[in-house]
Design a protein around this ligand. Structure first.
Ligand SMILES: NC(=O)c1ccc[n+]([C@@H]2O[C@H](COP(=O)([O-])OP(=O)(O)OC[C@H]3O[C@@H](n4cnc5c(N)ncnc54)[C@H](OP(=O)(O)O)[C@@H]3O)[C@@H](O)[C@H]2O)c1
Length: 327
């Protein structure tokens, strides 16, 4: 099968297009014919070998070179083979979710833990845009933020992958949403459900005296250290994006949680079928949709990484595979 392969860490140029064997399946795995994937930081970081979490990320991705050669995590496609321990799916099912061993290929292997039936109202590209970004939005706002009706929520990086899903998920509650993005994306975030919009190129939200129950920084670029000024007394700051800060400063921020009511929290997005099903339900009810900035073919995956890494994606960047074109 045709696959996107990474042998060494580096810029998008290290990406190779390779002919490799279709993955072998374990007893609890299924083979998916991949129709679409999308780009997330987890994929570009695994390629670049960026030393996130102060270098600790290399323990997972490989010290000198990537352990995982196949790139891609989000997947949408059709089940074409199942092994004996699979009980919830059959051949022909259209699924979406996470293929942790790689999804930028003609075929990918997945487990029942990582995929569910695709929302019926979405095509493959729209569905592949959802998993990592929307799970992150959901798990941050619900599990860490304990989002409740009546709250004031600020979403920073509101026009990006996580941000566009965060607005829509937050809107399923009776909350007031302030979205922070650049001026060119104001209309988009308002259409998705933002009640107020702040253009970060003109205004620093930490200085306008408004207070929020939840501040969700989806891109790690909010004014670091000043979030406390904009939180209500028992408010919470959710940090999903990786901010540029020293280990000492991060440690002090986490330590500070013990002594102040205003907390800073982060989590690692979990692969959870139950959450993918909840998202599929919200999608099919018309409450959540994918915003797709640009779609690339499998052969253009390096270009897709380059585009995403500029950091100004509006919604998501997807990869689509036209199987008629694949040898
Ligand atoms: N904790 C976890 O498990 C987890 C999981 C997934 C992702 N993440 C993190 O989430 C981040 C990526 O999220 P994503 O894929 O949603 O990002 P993304 O789609 O690349 O975000 C792009 C958006 O960021 C906005 N942006 C760029 N610079 C900005 C600035 N200075 N201030 C405000 N907004 C700005 C852009 O808006 P404009 O064009 O208008 O500037 C653009 O719409 C990464 O840091 C990643 O590590 C964490």
């Amino acid at each position: 099968m045709k696959a996107i392969w990474i042998e060494k860490y580096g810029p998008p140029e290290v990406i190779e297009i390779k002919e490799i064997d279709t993955p072998n399946l374990e007893a609890d795995e299924m083979l998916v014919k991949v129709y679409a994937s999308s780009i997330n930081t987890v994929d570009t970081s695994a390629r670049s070998g960026v030393k996130a979490l102060f270098g600790l990320s290399r323990l997972m991705t490989g010290i000198r070179k990537p352990k995982k050669k196949l790139t891609g995590t989000d997947v949408a496609g059709e089940i074409v083979a199942i092994e004996k321990d699979i009980t919830k799916f059959k051949i022909g099912d259209q699924i979406y979710g996470l293929a942790r061993t790689g999804s930028c290929a003609e075929y990918a292997k997945v487990s029942e833990r990582g995929v569910v039936l695709k929302p019926s109202t979405m095509n493959y590209s729209e569905a592949a845009a959802v998993p990592v970004a929307a799970l992150t939005a959901l798990q941050y706002l619900r599990d860490l933020g304990n989002i409740q009706d009546g709250q004031d929520i600020l979403i920073y990086g509101a026009s990006g992958g996580i941000g566009t899903f965060a607005i829509q998920y937050a809107k399923t509650f009776d909350v007031t949403i302030t979205a922070v993005c650049s001026g060119k994306n104001e209309q988009l975030v308002a259409d998705l459900g933002a009640d107020k919009v702040i253009d970060y190129t003109k205004e620093d939200f930490t200085k306008n005296k408004e207070k929020y129950d939840i501040i969700f920084d989806t891109v790690g670029k909010s004014p670091q250290g000043r979030w406390k000024n904009a939180l209500k007394e028992e408010g919470i700051f959710l940090q999903a994006g990786s901010p540029k800060m020293s280990l000492t400063r991060l440690f002090l921020q986490i330590l500070g949680n013990r002594f102040r009511k205003k907390k800073m929290r982060f989590l690692i997005t979990k692969t959870r079928a139950k959450d993918l099903s909840l998202l599929a339900k919200l999608i099919d009810e018309g409450k959540i949709k994918s915003v797709i900035d640009k779609s690339f073919s499998l052969d253009e995956t390096a270009e897709a990484h380059r585009y995403y890494e500029k950091g100004h994606t509006v919604g998501k960047v997807t990869i689509t595979i036209d199987h008629k074109e694949v040898k």
